[in-house]
Design a protein around this ligand. Structure first.
Ligand code: SF4
Ligand code: SF4
Length: 392
C-alpha cells in the first residue's frame, strides 16, 4: 500500500508567540479535517511525572498550540494517555500541562477502559500478527486522533517516535501483558506497535523534537538535546523515517520502520517539506542496541538470552528500592534480595526470565536502571562482524 508520504519539518522553539503559528501552519499543511463539535483525541507522550526540561514528555506548549488549533476549528479537544507509571494528575502538574493549558476549554482524561479491537485489514492481504487487540475506548469514541509524540531514544526500539507513541493507547496494566505476549523478539513487538497504529490511524502525527532526548532514553537516564525541530505528517510511518534521516540514522535500524515495511505500509519515497540545511543532525547519541537474534538449539536459548543479550542493570547508588520496577515487570524477573554479608537489600534480575522490554528503565523514578550489553555478548557481536567483514 502506498502511504501518504509528505512530511513537514520546521524549525521551532518553545517561545509560544513563535511556536503557535508554526504549529498552526503544520496542522493546516497536514490537511486534518477537524469535525465541528466533534471529539478530537490528543495523544501526547505522558511517560511519567517529569518537568519539561527533562525532555521526557511532549512539551506542554506544543500540546497547548494543537489544542488551540482544534478549538479554533470548532472541535472538542480531549488530552489522554495511559502513563506507564505515576498518577495522571501528577504528570499534568509536574509536566506543566495544567498551567500551560489553563483557560482553554480542554478535557484531560486518563485512559481507563479498553475495548476489543479486531485486527485491521492489512495491505496485500498480509495477515496481522495479532488476531485481536484491546485498546483505549476513548480513542474509538473520538472522531479524530492527533498523535503528539516526543523525539526520544529507547533502549529496546532505538527511538520512540510516531508509531511507538500510540502504545499508550493500550490501557494501564494491559501494557506489560502485551509486552509479555510479544516476548523477547523485538520484531514481534514492533509488529504489535504497527498493528496498534494501523487500528487507530491518527489523522496527524506532530512530533516534538525541539528539545529531544538522546542517550539512555526514554526515561530519566536520557540526556536532553536541543534540536529545535518539529515534524508533522498525516502518516506516522513516513514521519518516523523522516526523523531517522534527519538524525543520520539508517531507518531500517528502528524495528517499527522495518515492521511497517514488512506489513505493507511502505513509506520509502517520502517527500520532505522544510529547510534541510541543518541536517543530518551530528552525533545524535543512541542507546546500545540489543542483539536481534537468538540462534542455535532451543534448549540453549534461555542461557544465551541471559549471557549474550543486552540487559537491564541497576545503579545501586541511585536505587532507592522503591519497588516500582518490581511491580511493573511483566516477566516477574526482578526481586529484592538480601545482599550477602550486608543488612540491606538490593535488586536482583533473573536474565533468563527477562524479556528485555525495558519497562523497568521507563518506570524507575530515579533513572537507576540502564541497558548494558554483557562482555560475552560484545565478544560474540565482534566475532560475527569480523566474519562478515572477511566474507565481504
Ligand atoms: S531501580 Fe528504580 S524503580 Fe527499581 S527499586 Fe530502584 S529506584 Fe525503585
Ligand atoms: S527486568 Fe526490566 S527489561 Fe526485563 S522483563 Fe522486567 S521490566 Fe522488562
Amino acid at each position: 500500500m502506498s502511504m501518504a508520504r509528505k512530511v513537514y519539518i520546521r524549525e521551532a522553539s518553545y517561545d509560544y508567540r513563535r511556536l503557535k503559528p508554526v504549529v498552526f501552519e503544520m496542522m493546516d499543511a497536514c490537511g486534518a479535517h477537524i469535525p465541528r463539535g466533534g471529539l478530537v483525541l490528543l495523544k501526547p507522550n505522558f511517560l511519567s511525572p517529569a518537568p519539561p526540561e527533562k525532555a521526557m514528555l511532549t512539551h506542554p506548549l506544543v500540546v497547548r498550540a494543537v489544542s488551540e488549533y482544534v478549538l479554533e476549528k470548532g472541535g472538542r479537544p480531549q488530552i489522554s494517555d495511559s502513563p506507564a507509571v505515576g498518577a495522571f494528575e501528577k504528570i499534568l502538574k509536574e509536566g506543566g500541562f495544567r498551567e500551560a493549558l489553563s483557560g482553554l476549554d480542554v478535557r484531560f482524561s486518563e485512559f481507563r477502559e479498553s475495548v476489543p479491537v479486531a485486527a485491521p485489514s492489512m495491505p496485500y492481504g498480509i495477515r496481522p500478527p495479532f488476531p485481536k487487540l484491546e485498546l483505549a475506548k476513548d480513542a474509538f469514541d473520538a472522531e479524530l486522533i492527533i498523535n503528539l509524540p516526543k523525539l526520544k531514544t529507547h533502549a529496546q526500539m532505538l527511538l520512540t517516535l510516531g508509531i511507538k507513541n500510540l502504545f499508550g493507547c493500550v490501557v494501564g496494566l494491559r501494557k506489560p501483558e502485551w509486552h509479555f505476549r510479544a516476548g523477547v523478539d523485538r520484531q514481534m513487538f514492533a509488529s504489535l506497535l504497527v498493528q496498534v497504529w494501523a487500528a487507530l490511524r491518527p489523522a496527524v502525527t506532530l512530533l516534538d523534537g525541539v528539545l529531544a532526548l538522546e542517550g539512555d532514553g526514554p526515561g530519566k537516564g536520557g540526556v536532553p538535546r536541543r534540536l529545535g525541530l518539529l515534524f508533522a505528517s498525516s502518516s506516522a510511518p513516513a514521519l518516523d523515517i523522516a526523523v531517522c534521516r534527519t538524525l543520520g540514522i539508517e531507518p531500517g535500524r528502528v524495528p517499527t520502520n522495518e515492521a511497517a515495511g514488512k506489513m505493507g505500509f511502505h513509506a520509502e519515497e517520502i517527500e520532505i517539506d522544510g529547510a534541510k540545511q541543518k541536517y543530518p543532525v551530528e552525533n545524535f547519541g543512541l542507546p546500545g542496541q540489543a542483539m536481534d537474534v537468538i540462534f542455535g538449539p532451543k534448549r540453549f536459548h534461555g542461557a544465551m538470552r541471559a549471557h549474550l543479550l543486552q540487559r537491564p542493570v541497576v545503579n545501586e547508588d541511585l536505587c532507592k528500592l522503591c519497588g516500582e520496577c518490581l511491580s511493573y515487570c511483566p516477566a516477574g524477573a526482578i526481586e529484592k534480595k538480601d545482599a550477602e554479608g550486608k543488612k540491606e537489600s538490593r535488586l536482583a534480575f533473573d536474565y533468563e526470565k527477562c524479556i528485555r522490554c525495558y519497562c523497568c528503565l521507563e518506570v524507575c523514578p530515579q533513572g537507576a536502571i540502564r541497558a548494558r550489553e554483557p562482555m560475552a555478548g560484545k565478544l560474540v557481536g565482534k566475532t560475527i562482524k569480523a566474519v562478515h567483514d572477511l566474507l565481504d
